[in-house]
Design a protein around this ligand. Structure first.
Ligand SMILES: [Zn+2]
Length: 366
C-alpha cells in the first residue's frame, strides 16, 4: 500500500453530528472522571483520556486478566494522556501489570501511546496486520509533502487558496503517535481471543480504517465497537488520493453485516460518546444518514458540479483547513459510491477538474 500520510489522516474520527434517535439508550449519563473507571460488565472497565480536538475525549477499555489488565486502545500521544494513564495505573489498576495491549485501528487516538504502554509494561501489542502496516506507512511518511493531496483536492474543485493551509498543517500522524511499538502480534477477522477468562471475537470492519477490529464477547454480551459504530456521530469515511478508485463508503456500509446477528440487547462500548444499547437501531440510523447524504449529493448534481461545490450542501458548519480536508474526503466517498452505482457520471474537462452529473432521477440507494 502507498503511504497513508497526508494532510488528511483523520485523527479523531468525527463525522457529521447525528442525533442518537429512537431505540438507542444510554445507561450511564456521565463518563468516568479523569483517572477514574466505571465497571460496565464483570471485569470490563471504562476510562477516558483527553483529545486536543473538538471531539475532546476517547473511551478506553480495561479488561481484568488474572492479576493484570488488558488494555484496549491507548489514547492520543499527549502528556495529558500519560498523566491520565498514570492515575489509572495507581488507583483503579492498583499497580497490577498490563498483560496485553489491543489496538482497534491505526488512528492516533487509538494507537498513540501503544509504544509507551508496551515499553513500560513489556506487554505485546495486538492489531490486525493491515492496521499495523498502515500505522507504519503513516509514521514513516511524516516527511512526505502534501502535494499529492492538494493536487487531488484541486482536481475535485477545491480552491487553490487552501493549498497553503493544508501544506502548513502537513502530516499530523506523529503528533499523535510519537513512536511505534517495535512489533505487533497479528489478529484477524473471526479470531476468538481469550481475554480475561472469556472469548472475544474479532469483527473486522472497513471504510473508516482498512481493517478496524471490533471485539464481541458472547459470555458478557458486550461489543467493543471502536470507531466502526458510534452513537451520535458517524466515523469519517474518506476517499484518499492513493486509493481514488476505491469505494470506502461501500466498504463501510457492507461492514455492518457481521454486527446484525448480534443480540438485540448487546451492550455497545464505542470509542466516543457514551456506551449504549440499541445496536440494530443505531445501524439503521447510520444507514439512513448515509442514504440522506447520497440523496443530497444527487439532488445537487442536476448540472455538473465538483466535490468542492457539494461541501456546503453536506456540511452546514463552518470548516477550518482540517475540516475542509475531511469534508472533501467525505464528499468524495459519497460521490465515488454513486459513480460506482451508476448514478453519477464523471466529466473531466481540459482544465483537469472532475465534475459529476446525475444519470437518472431514481431514488438514492446505498
Ligand atoms: Zn478512527
Amino acid at each position: 500500500m502507498d503511504a497513508k500520510t497526508d494532510g488528511g489522516v483523520e485523527e479523531t474520527a468525527p463525522g457529521a453530528e447525528d442525533a442518537a434517535g429512537a431505540g438507542v439508550t444510554y445507561p450511564y449519563s456521565t463518563a468516568p472522571a479523569p483517572g477514574e473507571t466505571i465497571e460496565l460488565a464483570p471485569g470490563v472497565h471504562w476510562h477516558r483520556t483527553p483529545l486536543p480536538f473538538k471531539l475532546n475525549h476517547i473511551n478506553l477499555w480495561l479488561i481484568e486478566d488474572g492479576d493484570g489488565w488488558i488494555v484496549v486502545d491507548c489514547g492520543f500521544g499527549l502528556d495529558d494522556t500519560k498523566e491520565a494513564w498514570r492515575r489509572i495505573f495507581a488507583e483503579p489498576m492498583e499497580g497490577r501489570p498490563i498483560t496485553r495491549i489491543i489496538v482497534t485501528h491505526y488512528h492516533p487516538d487509538h494507537m498513540g501511546l501503544a509504544a509507551w504502554l508496551a515499553a513500560i509494561s513489556g506487554a505485546e501489542v495486538m492489531m490486525t496486520e493491515i492496521e499495523w502496516q498502515t500505522a507504519q506507512d503513516a509514521f514513516d511518511g511524516v516527511t512526505n509533502d502534501v502535494t499529492p493531496w492538494t493536487a487531488f483536492y484541486r482536481s475535485h474543485g477545491l480552491d487553490p487558496s487552501y493549498d497553503e493551509t493544508i501544506r502548513l498543517r502537513g502530516n499530523t500522524y506523529r503528533r499523535g503517535v510519537p513512536e511505534l511499538p517495535a512489533a505487533t502480534v497479528p489478529m484477524k477477522d473471526a479470531d476468538e481471543i481469550a481475554l480475561g477468562g472469556h472469548d472475544w471475537r474479532v469483527i473486522v470492519g472497513r471504510g473508516h480504517a482498512p481493517e478496524h477490529a471490533a471485539l464481541y464477547c458472547q459470555d458478557l454480551n458486550v461489543l467493543i465497537s471502536g470507531d466502526q459504530i458510534l452513537p451520535r456521530i458517524t466515523p469519517n469515511i474518506s476517499l484518499r488520493y492513493f486509493d481514488a478508485d476505491a469505494d470506502p463508503l461501500g466498504l463501510y456500509l457492507a461492514s455492518f453485516a457481521p454486527f446484525r446477528p448480534l443480540p438485540a440487547d448487546v451492550f455497545v462500548l464505542p470509542s466516543h460518546n457514551l456506551p449504549f444499547y440499541g445496536l440494530g437501531p443505531r445501524i439503521d440510523q447510520i444507514l439512513r444518514h448515509h442514504d440522506d447524504r447520497l440523496k443530497t449529493v444527487l439532488d445537487n448534481c442536476d448540472t455538473p458540479v465538483t466535490a468542492a461545490d457539494l461541501i456546503p450542501h453536506l456540511f452546514k458548519r463552518k470548516l477550518d483547513a482540517h475540516g475542509v480536508s475531511f469534508a472533501m474526503g467525505e464528499c468524495l466517498a459519497h460521490i465515488r459510491h454513486l459513480e460506482l452505482k451508476g448514478r453519477l457520471r464523471r466529466l473531466t474537462n481540459d482544465d483537469g477538474i472532475h465534475r459529476f452529473v446525475r444519470i437518472d432521477r431514481g431514488p438514492a440507494r446505498s
